[in-house]
Design a protein around this ligand. Structure first.
Ligand SMILES: Nc1nc2c(ncn2[C@@H]2O[C@H](COP(=O)(O)OP(=O)(O)OP(=O)(O)O)[C@@H](O)[C@H]2O)c(=O)[nH]1
Ligand SMILES: [Mg+2]
Length: 357
């Protein structure tokens, strides 16, 4: 484990240093505030497990050693946080902040994220819980303005709603721009079901439907589809050991102007979610799309994962049907979901969000 101490004039600034240098996996091991020459200094000691270990120890991976170590590490982290919990002195928060933090903890927001929120609240007296949360969980509404890329790839675990999401995004884009020329490229060509569903709905909705088996067919499609405004690529889930980076390379898509949207359900456990975040990591502009929200009973995990992944939420999906079940994400929709367990309305799913000026 790599441990380092950071200092700065505000906790927010120090936290930003920790994140920038050690990444989202960093764990806060201790924090203190002191005066030096009359100036207030904030100090945070953080640690991070070495992320390169997977590739350095392929044999460990093959034996399942890496996931065992991850499990052990999670346990160590939990024990550390149990020890540090008293560090969250609720009495230092305003009554409103305290109620909000306690509520979030009950809804499944983990100790690590609670501590980060607490530190931010103390660092910026007078700020609201929502303001601090908005700095930790980002939202970038799916649409043509915020996501100008021509190619959108939908990835995510098996059965997490990729194909349904691809179709819903296409229907949404047509709704906001009726003359849009849109094509689907299906990379999930070997398994019958998803392929047939996408093909069926694409044809029924009058979208172009194409399939690519490898880099060569992908290139042919790209050449042929030059008149198309938007290409939406539907993919299959990745097996354990596969990575999205490798998958993109296999289709020669690496470095192209692609936005990658990963579908996640809120009820995956911590260990699995962390592994998925590694598996579906990419250097392309990316977002999280939360699916099956209608099946979940609490939404604290959305805060945990979005903060850990450091990726914006672009859309929210909340029903099995294709129509009116996906809303471009907005901060009010996300926080109503987390704080009130309130799903987006059908209206939010059919109208583009109002943009603040
Ligand atoms: N309740 C609910 N069901 C959903 C939602 N999104 C998708 N589903 C259902 O979940 C099932 C799987 O959805 P797909 O879109 O096929 O998921 P996928 O990720 O493409 O699945 P694979 O291609 O098999 O990996 C289907 O029965 C969908 O109708 C949602 O937001 N809520
Ligand atoms: Mg599918």
């Amino acid at each position: 484990m790599q441990v380092k101490t950071f200092t700065g004039s505000s906790s927010g600034e120090v936290l930003a240093q920790v994140k920038a240098e050690m990444g989202p996996d960093a764990v806060i091991l201790g924090n203190r505030t002191y005066r030096k020459n009359g100036v207030i200094c904030h100090e945070i000691t953080a640690g991070v497990e070495r992320s390169t270990q997977t590739s350095q120890h392929p044999s460990m991976d093959a034996m399942g050693g890496w996931s065992e170590w991850q499990r052990d590490w999670l346990q160590i982290k939990e024990q550390l946080f149990a020890l540090m919990k008293p560090a969250i002195q609720m009495s230092r928060l305003t009554p409103r902040q305290r109620v909000a933090l306690e509520y979030l903890q009950r809804e499944g927001v983990c100790d690590e994220v609670s501590l980060e929120l607490y530190t931010r609240l103390l660092a910026a007296p007078g700020s609201s819980v929502l303001e601090c949360l908005c700095d930790m969980v980002h939202v970038k509404s799916f649409g043509l303005e915020d996501w100008p890329q021509r190619i959108h790839m939908i990835t995510g675990p098996f059965g997490s709603g990729k194909t349904s999401t691809a179709l819903r995004l296409a229907l949404y884009l047509r709704k906001i721009k009726p003359d849009i020329r849109l094509a689907f490229i299906n990379l999930d060509c070997l398994r019958g079901n998803g392929r047939l569903v996408l093909r069926h709905w694409a044809e029924l909705s009058n979208f172009i439907y194409l399939e690519a088996q490898d880099a060569q067919t992908m290139q042919t499609i790209m050449d042929k589809a030059s008149a198309v405004d938007i290409l939406i690529i539907d993919t299959q889930g990745l097996q354990r050991g596969q990575t999205l980076q490798k998958f993109l390379e296999a289709y020669a898509l690496q470095g192209k102007d692609i936005a990658v949207h990963t579908t996640f359900t809120p009820f995956c456990d911590v260990l699995q979610t962390k592994e998925f975040l590694q598996r579906y990591k990419t250097t392309h502009p990316s977002s999280l799309i939360w699916t099956k929200l209608d099946e979940a009973v609490s939404y604290g995990n959305i805060v945990n994962v979005s903060n850990e992944a450091n990726l914006p939420i672009s859309a929210l999906s909340f029903g099995g049907e294709l129509q009116e079940t996906l809303a471009p994400a907005t901060e009010p929709l996300v926080w109503r979901l987390v704080f009130k367990r309130q799903l987006p309305s059908r209206e939010a799913a059919t109208n583009p969000p109002r943009r603040s000026k």
